[in-house]
Design a protein around this ligand. Sequence first.
Ligand code: KIV
Length: 280
Amino acid sequence: MEPKKVTVPDVVKMKARSERITMVTAYDHAFARLLDEAGVELLLVGDSLGMVVQGLETTVPVTLDEMVYHTRLVARGRRRALVVGDLPFGSYQTSVQQGVESAVRLVKEGGAEAVKLEGGITMAKTIEAIAAIDVPVVGHVGLTPQSVHRMGGHRVQGRRHGHGPGERERVVDDARAVQEAGAFAVVLECIPLDLAAEITAALAIPTIGIGAGVHCDGQVLVLHDLIGLSDAWTPRFAKRYAEVGREVVRAAEAFVQEVKAGAFPTEAQAFRPAKASAGG
Ligand code: KIV
């Protein structure tokens, strides 16, 4: 039997019911299927793929074509979860119109059911315009990796008081602006847990935290951190629930050894020629 699909209204209702929301990044069909089977409610096709799939230093070079491609792979693998496609840097910052057109591509060509974009006050008009054409939007404030060069690295935001970019009151204002513009949820990344608690209490829409403490309405992790597929270093806020990377090495080493020793393939994996028929 097909499982009941997670919808945008379902996610909004979860906050009202104090039901915690789970979101995990996915970049391809196989992992989308597995995460969906595990009961994750939201699959985020994050532009973090630039770092964990493409081996880049930052998410900045990721293109909209790449996001459309990976979103399509994920959309094919999910049955129940809601697929959120990330708008990459340069696909929505130059004008509101550009943001709307990029969002349409993620939905129409990629199969996303919602899009995520980074930024608060400065992106309010873009969020409003995308939501106005009925594309559900997830906001993203606090540490916004596409602003890595302004921030001087991937640093915790909102530690100091002030209304400047990355300062405490500004993060609150950004989160409020995202809600007022019509987003249905907002990611809070790398901010102190008391600030995340304040924002979560102030907003009607769900907050989904990463490095933002336990008081958010939901939590998101990058898949490669969650399953231990990234290298030995894991961000302090993440938790490795498995060591899949080690298991991959173990399996590949066993394969190498068996091939070298002539132990693979065996009869069981080999084909025989067709038997000659009686009539010749
Ligand atoms: O791109 C991404 O994976 C993200 C998460 C870290 C929220 O934006």
